[in-house]
Design a protein around this ligand. Structure first.
Ligand code: AMP
Length: 423
């Protein structure tokens, strides 16, 4: 199947061909004809599946050519990074058309965005809060919107955007096409879809366990206070040149990034408290291999488009198993392979069991390699002194046996035997 046979016009096919896409991904195969037909769509698909082109290409085709100043397509995304990336994709895919795309999001000054909106656009990509601010100031109007897209709807609800979405909806014309993308389906998502969509085409191309299949997933059992030492060891001994590391909190991301830096590993943190400029810079440094480790929180990492990321580390496990799938979806994109490594402390074993259950396959716990307790990582004023069991400071620790998180493992509480064998 080619892009042409899906009904896309030559100027759009030329743009994706130039981008190096040889054939449509499964979500594109299903979504492009559905969107072209004018139907509402509810798609279960996560970042990494090619969903952006799945809705942007037919959108460009339906909008056809520049018209007026008010946007005729509105794409809402949960994060600034995703908004920026979707807009970038829309500009690229639309490069052989005269359609204009603008993007607005919070965290940067409003003035330039107001000016951009006044100059007009056909497609507007926005995060909900900033969009409402700007519309309420009269910078633009949504009454010409014919196509409305909710991207990563599940994440929007997680981030508390439901009221903003409802408000935006009241500003849209009644007659319009609605597209909703969500990586997961909860009751809230089904309710939202029920309210928003009319007789939608349902598309489900990437159940979590399918996307996760391409990624080699392993785990190490390691006490919390040893995680940073093991991580530094893995990065340095494996000569990793690009690793995305997830922490649970912004503070944790900053601290780990500083610690790695002190251990001689070039690193940067990316999270919601950082300015947009700082986040963009960190991402660019990472893509250009100027930094080795990018430490991110879940939300900040949503929508990051980093090609062929070789390593993703779950420094702390997410308590929502679906988030694990989102995280590891950062690696092994578009056909390449990657490795996802989880550092599992005893209190996190229950999270790991939930993840294994969702995936429907076990994640092997590898024997923990011998690693040094690095002075640079120990010297960290706010933390209580390290008390390694079975290891002296600077002396390394004995290796642990691996094991399994799958069936047979007890639910809840700390692992009865931290070094189970086999599985
Ligand atoms: P998305 O899920 O939209 O974030 O896209 C994930 C990645 O896949 C992006 O880097 C796209 O550039 C890439 N991509 C999208 N469609 C295709 C395709 N048909 N062939 C190869 N790569 C693609």
């Amino acid at each position: 199947m080619s892009f042409t046979s899906l009904g896309l016009r030559p100027e759009l096919v030329a743009a994706v061909t130039e981008k190096g896409y040889t054939e449509p991904t499964p979500i594109q195969l299903a979504a492009i004809p559905a969107v072209l037909s004018g139907r509402d769509v509810l798609a279960g698909a996560q970042t990494g599946t090619g969903k952006t082109a799945g809705f942007v290409l037919p959108m460009l085709q339906r909008l056809s050519a520049r018209e007026g100043r008010a946007p005729r397509a509105l794409i809402l995304t949960p994060t600034r990074e995703l908004a920026a990336q979707v807009a970038e994709s829309a500009c690229y895919y639309g490069k052989n058309t005269n359609l204009r795309t603008q993007v607005v999001f919070g965290g940067v000054s409003e003035r330039p965005q107001i000016d951009k909106l006044r100059s007009g656009c056909d497609i507007l990509v926005a995060t909900p809060g900033r969009l409402l601010d700007l519309v309420e100031q009269g910078a633009t109007t949504l009454d010409q919107v014919q196509m409305f897209v909710l991207d990563e709807a599940d994440r929007m609800l997680d981030m508390g955007f439901i009221h903003a979405i409802k408000r935006v909806r009241t500003m849209l014309p009644k007659q319009r096409q609605n597209l909703m993308f969500s990586a997961t389906y909860s009751d809230d998502i089904r309710n939202l879809a029920g309210n928003l969509l009319t007789n939608p085409v349902g598309i489900d191309v990437a159940p979590p366990n399918k996307t996760a299949d391409k990624v080699e997933q392993v785990a190490y059992r390691v006490p919390k206070d040893h995680k940073r030492h093991l991580l530094a060891h893995l990065i340095l001994s494996g000569s990793w040149h690009q690793v995305l590391i997830f922490t649970r909190t912004k503070h944790g991301a900053n601290r780990l990034s500083e610690q790695l830096q002190r251990a001689g590993i070039n690193s940067s943190a990316i999270h919601g408290n950082k300015s947009q400029a700082a986040r963009v810079r960190a991402l660019e440094d990472f893509k250009a291999n100027r930094i080795v480790a990018l430490v991110a929180t879940e939300v900040a990492a949503r929508g990051l488009d980093i090609k062929e990321l070789p390593f993703v580390v779950n420094y702390e496990l997410p308590n929502v198993p679906e988030d694990y799938v989102h995280r590891i979806g950062r690696t092994a994109r578009a056909g390449s392979t990657g490795q996802a490594i989880s550092l599992v402390s005893p209190d996190e074993v229950p999270f790991m069991r939930d993840i294994v259950k969702l995936l429907g396959k076990d994640i092997p716990a590898l024997p923990t390699p011998q690693f040094d307790i690095r002075e640079a990582l120990v010297a960290d004023p706010p933390r209580p002194p390290l008390q390694p069991r079975g290891a002296q400071q600077g002396g390394g620790r004995p290796s642990q046996r691996g094991g399994s998180f799958g069936q047979g493992a007890r639910r809840g509480g700390p692992p009865p035997r931290a070094q189970r064998r086999g599985g």
